[in-house]
Design a protein around this ligand. Structure first.
Ligand code: NAD
Length: 368
């Protein structure tokens, strides 16, 4: 398997966690005999310092010329006085737009070993494993007209979807569900909004092409409660842009730390992979950053860009294994007396070791 990955580490803890994620990808390539190449590019504050712009054209070219883009995080307080279009975060918005992905995937998983890190009771989050599929290019964030008339004190945003926009993201949700627990929960507000009625009718129609996948509809307000009450009831959750933004953050609580959450944006020219967290300037350079969100993001690269499902699972299982063994970065050590506190680098090494053992075992089983 050949894969060219553009690595845009960015600012703050971005380079620290991205280094651990790329080490894991290198290990998978080496252990499995794959040919992965890594091309580095600047984005965010480091790019402003070097090139005067948060997204240099060389970075954009490298991203478009790759099979997958792995991004760390952007954001640096020293640029706070710049206008929003010149700040590090502008680079992120520009690259997301240029790559054109319309389906944002956000897993939310309960780790038994981390039950103490979640504010929810262990019996509530037990066995929770949700994959959000959020539509990313339509809805309220992009709909026209949009304006704020400061004289009349009136403002407008427009929630707009076309059938085609719903069809393409719904297909991704059903495809993914058919490889998981075969259930799609589509979220809308069809009792009030016409745009949600279009959403519901379209998703219902697409579901007919996936007879092995169960479809249920939920209204967004009651869904917000169900996620906290019985998260294990959900498999793939399909949402429009705004609802998904809110619900996927809410469900992040199940996992227990921002540092544990991966994401992928697929469907465009090149898939974009990034941990959910930001550049965390408060802990940058201290070795306290949790690299597991970035490492789980690397697993998503393997699954969605390389088609290496077994290796993606091996990385995810390696993460489970190091957590079960008690290794913790500071953000996930809360309330856990048996935790063995480790640095970013040490956590990466433990995952690497667990991964190597599991891939070795798999290969010797094949040899038998
Ligand atoms: P943040 O995600 O950077 O940090 C929030 C809190 O979570 C901090 O206390 C931080 O220490 C902690 N945290 C985050 N990631 C962690 C990790 N991997 N391990 C351990 N702890 C972790 O959000 P913020 O503080 O609101 O923003 C900081 C900067 O990041 C800002 O410039 C913001 O614009 C930017 N930002 C970037 C992205 C992105 O690149 N995708 C996302 C959010 C924020």
């Amino acid at each position: 398997m050949r894969l060219k990955i553009a690595v845009l580490a960015g600012d703050g803890i971005g380079p620290e966690v991205t280094r651990e994620a790329t080490n894991i990808l290198r290990a998978v390539a080496e252990l499995g005999g794959h040919d992965f190449t890594f091309v580095e590019g600047l984005i965010g504050g480091v790019a402003i310092t070097e090139n005067g712009t948060p997204l240099p054209s060389a970075t954009m070219d490298a991203a478009l010329d790759s099979d997958a883009v792995l991004l760390g995080a952007v954001g640096d307080n020293k640029f706070n006085s710049l206008t929003p279009d010149k700040r590090p975060e502008a680079g992120l918005l520009q690259i997301r737009q240029a790559l054109g992905g319309y389906a944002n995937l956000r897993p939310s998983i309960a780790y038994t070993a981390l039950a103490a890190s979640s504010p929810l009771r262990p019996e509530v989050i037990e066995n929770a494993d949700i994959l959000f599929v959020r539509e990313l290019l339509g809805g309220l964030y992009f709909g026209e007209p949009r304006w704020w008339n400061k004289e009349t004190n009136e403002a407008i945003n427009t929630m707009r979807y076309t059938r085609d926009e719903v069809v393409r993201v719904a297909r991704i949700a059903f495809e993914l569900a058919s490889k998981r627990r075969k259930k799609v929960t589509s979220v809308d507000k069809a009792n009030v909004l016409e745009v949600s009625q279009l959403w519901r009718a379209t998703v219902t129609e697409i579901a007919k092409d996936y007879p092995d996948v169960t479809l249920e509809h939920q209204l967004v307000d009651s869904m917000a409660m169900h996620i906290m009450n019985i998260p294990r009831n959900f498999d793939v959750v399909l949402t429009e842009n705004l609802f998904g933004d809110i619900l996927s953050d809410e469900a992040g609580v199940i996992t227990g730390s921002l540092g544990m959450l991966p994401s992928a944006t697929i469907g465009g020219q090149v898939n974009l992979y990034e941990p959910v967290h930001g550049s965390a300037p408060d802990i940058a350079g201290t070795g306290k950053a949790n690299p597991l969100g970035a490492i789980l993001t690397a697993a998503m690269v393997l699954r969605h860009s390389a088609g290496l499902e077994q290796d993606a699972r091996a990385v995810e299982q390696a993460v489970h294994k190091v957590l079960d063994a008690g290794y913790r970065t500071a953000d996930i050590a809360r309330g856990d007396k048996n935790a063995q506190l480790v640095s970013t680098l040490e956590m990466g090494k433990h995952v690497h070791q667990a991964l190597a053992e599991s891939i070795d075992r798999r290969q010797s089983m094949h040899a038998v």
